[in-house]
Design a protein. Structure first.
Length: 277
């Protein structure tokens, strides 16, 4: 998930390696050191991560008894998740408060289109696959274009095959597995009118997420820090009623509190108030 910097202002990633396998005391000390160094920590983790990893993160956060660690688990495949993590690293160099930065992830995820070219969908669990597609995946030489986000879509690769793409200018990252990438770079990228294309190594989690190692994963995204910053700062901010931090949206990413619900008074009381007024 630690992609190379997008620009000179992109902050380095702090990778919590094998955090569920190391002794609890050691993992706790590492996370505490990050909080002491930076003040707040945003942990970006896949919902498809092993149960042991997710349990360990929640355990560490509980043991620290702090609201300065945010656990963010967006529904994205591995390459899309890595792109979002890098966008947050870009924004971390700006004058955004920790709560706004953590909340920005929920906003930016809507501008990411992530998918893959696969040779088989028989083990694809994260995108709905019909019986007909399952049957076709047994045909030798079959390939499938799969869009996992923002809207699941699956097509069998033919000369006419298309996937719905972004309606705004983006760049595309391509991560090659054990499959030629001609369709992604020669057909999909031009159809999506991407403004630039770069290749990166395939994330280690990708074969497991997509159910095959014969894959080319792709992701289109907004690369420019100025555009990301304008998107985030154009959204109305609020203040968490529980921990007091500035946030975007209706849920605090750090303490998970939502705005209190104020019950409306009965209709009779409203009528009485009007009469008195």
């Amino acid at each position: 998930m630690a992609l190379p910097p997008q620009d000179e202002r992109t902050l380095p990633a702090a990778v919590l390696r094998d955090i569920e396998q190391r002794p609890l005391e050691q993992a706790l000390a590492d996370l505490q050191a990050l909080v002491e160094q930076h003040g707040h920590v945003i942990v970006v983790c896949s919902p498809a991560a092993p149960t042991a990893l997710r349990h360990r993160l929640h355990t560490l956060r509980s043991l620290m008894e702090t609201d300065r660690v945010a656990l963010f688990r967006p529904e994205l495949p591995p390459l899309g998740l890595a792109v979002l993590a890098r966008q947050l690293r870009q924004l971390a160099s700006c004058d955004l408060s920790p709560g706004v930065l953590a909340s920005a992830g929920r906003l930016l995820v809507h501008y990411i289109h992530a998918g893959a070219l696969l040779n088989s969908v028989t083990r694809l669990d994260h995108v709905p696959v019909g019986l007909k597609s399952h049957a076709k995946s047994w045909v030798p030489g079959s390939q499938f274009g799969v869009l996992a986000h923002p809207e699941p879509r699956l097509v069998r690769i033919t000369p006419e095959a298309r996937l719905p793409g972004p309606e705004f200018g983006t760049w595309m990252l391509v991560a090659k597995g054990q499959l030629p990438s001609d369709w992604v770079t020669g057909t999909l990228a031009p159809a999506w009118k991407v403004q630039g294309l770069r290749e990166v190594p395939l994330p280690a989690a990708s074969p497991g997420w997509w159910g095959t190692g014969r894959i080319v994963e792709f992701c289109s995204y907004l690369p420019d820090l100025s555009v990301l910053y304008q998107l985030v700062t154009s959204v109305r901010r609020g203040r968490c009623h529980w921990c007091g931090i500035d946030v975007i949206g209706d849920r605090c990413v750090f303490c998970s509190a939502t705005p209190p619900v104020h019950d409306s008074p009965p209709l009779g009381q409203l009528e009485n108030r009007r009469a008195v007024g």
